[in-house]
Design a binder for this molecule. Structure first.
Ligand SMILES: Cc1ncc(COP(=O)(O)O)c(C=O)c1O
Length: 385
């Protein structure tokens, strides 16, 4: 008996394999993008209270009323976006479930979705599971500028939408208003949907502003906005995300979500309300902390002869290791690092759909305590002398 054809050529996530390799070699794990510090105490406490007060059964499939209300208020306050919590907001098991559900609710067999590469590795299998076909458009190193003419060239009569992840994993780009206008113009011209992944909207540097593409003229009705709690509040294991979309997309997304997971973890949704109620000082500290982490890791990588692009948002650094004169590709380099350098990273080509791209790069994740990053830099320096 064979497994489904749609799985052909797919394997488990290489990122999780790198985490296992890190454990096997006792290496410092800068591969998978999760923090090694804990969530804010108020949020942890809220989760404990929720579990202790009987919030332990199925909840309303699209999310608790309090959390949907809090998300709607946040979107209105921060981005001037108007969503009705009773109709337009669905709480999901992370951004991962959100994206899978969106593709299943939008795509018919053979429909195409434009994916800007490099990209978060979940999109490609999720599009395929839904019967769709990804069409890749590359951002070029070293600046990774989003060129709307390249996107235009990838549009066909089967194109249904484009995924836009900003702040971007893995390049650290925060797309500018001009870049987003270029994509919005194409969405309006060709009647396409923008499917966003804004999980890093609060992790942004140097006073830059996150601009949701839904806030651009004519885009609210053709954008599906996705966000998450895992990164901003250091709770990646809680599996909480959300989708904001107008009709007819909202109802379709709710139907697929209902029959995929029933609901996201109910007590943790109560804690997510506490997270959204944190004072502004939490985000100010978040920005200061990430700026410090970036200031530690980036010059160190450059000094170690990696060529990098300074992240404008998110918490990743793409590093080109060509100057190491390593005899092998990015997979070989990433498999060699934990054993010989004691640091685990992700091969760059994991983030591309076009064969051959990203082969001289690896990705470092720096959502780590300063002591962890210092220890990693010491290990790299010790090897390079
Ligand atoms: C761009 C991006 N989207 C989605 C995810 C996964 O989000 P979640 O843990 O909420 O499923 C990640 C995790 O690294 C990510 O970097």
């Amino acid at each position: 008996m064979k497994t489904a054809k749609r799985l052909e050529g797919m394997r488990e996530s290489f990122i999780r394999e790198m985490t296992r390799l890190a454990l096997a070699h006792n290496a410092i794990n800068l591969s998978q993008g999760f923090p090694d510090y804990d969530a804010p105490p108020e949020v942890i406490e809220a989760a404990k209270v929720a579990v202790g007060s009987g919030l332990n059964q199925y909840g309303i499939t699209w999310g608790t009323p309090a959390l949907r209300q809090a998300i709607a208020e946040t979107m209105a306050r921060r981005y001037d976006l108007s969503f009705d919590p009773d109709r337009h907001i669905t709480v999901t098991c992370g951004v991962t479930e959100a994206m899978a559900v969106i593709f299943m609710s939008l795509l018919d067999q053979g429909d195409e979705v434009i994916v800007i590469e490099p990209f978060h590795e979940g999109y490609q299998p999720q599009i395929k599971f839904a019967g769709g076909t990804p069409r890749f458009v590359a951002l070029d190193a070293p600046d990774y500028v989003l060129d709307s003419e390249r996107v235009r060239a990838a549009i066909t009569p089967r194109t249904k939408g484009i995924i836009l992840n900003t702040p971007h994993n893995p390049t650290g780009r925060v797309f500018t208003r001009e870049e987003l206008e270029g994509i919005a113009g194409l969405c309006r011209e060709f009647d396409l949907l923008a499917i966003t992944d804004e999980i890093y909207d609060r992790i942004i540097y140097d006073g830059r502003q996150h601009i949701p593409i839904a806030s651009l003229p004519g885009m609210a009705e053709r954008t599906i906005t996705v966000g998450g709690f895992g990164k901003t509040y250091a709770v990646t294991g809680w599996r909480l995300g959300y989708v904001c979309a107008l009709e007819p997309f909202a109802a379709a997304i709710r139907t697929v979500h209902d029959f995929t997971t029933i609901c996201a973890p109910v007590p943790l949704q109560a804690a997510a309300v506490a997270a959204l109620n944190l004072p502004e000082s939490y985000y100010e500290k978040l920005t200061r902390d990430f700026t410090e982490r970036r200031a530690l890791i980036m010059p160190a990588l450059e000094a170690l002869h990696f060529r990098t692009h300074m992240p404008e948002g998110s918490y990743y650094a793409i590093a080109d290791f060509s100057a190491w004169n390593f005899d092998g590709d990015d997979y070989a380099f990433a498999r060699w690092m934990p054993a010989h350098l004691g640091v685990a990273v992700v091969p760059g080509s994991c983030f591309y759909g076009t064969p051959g791209l990203g082969k001289s790069t690896v990705r470092f994740a720096f959502a780590k305590k300063l002591e962890t990053l210092n220890a990693a830099v010491d290990r790299l320096r010790a090897y390079r002398g």
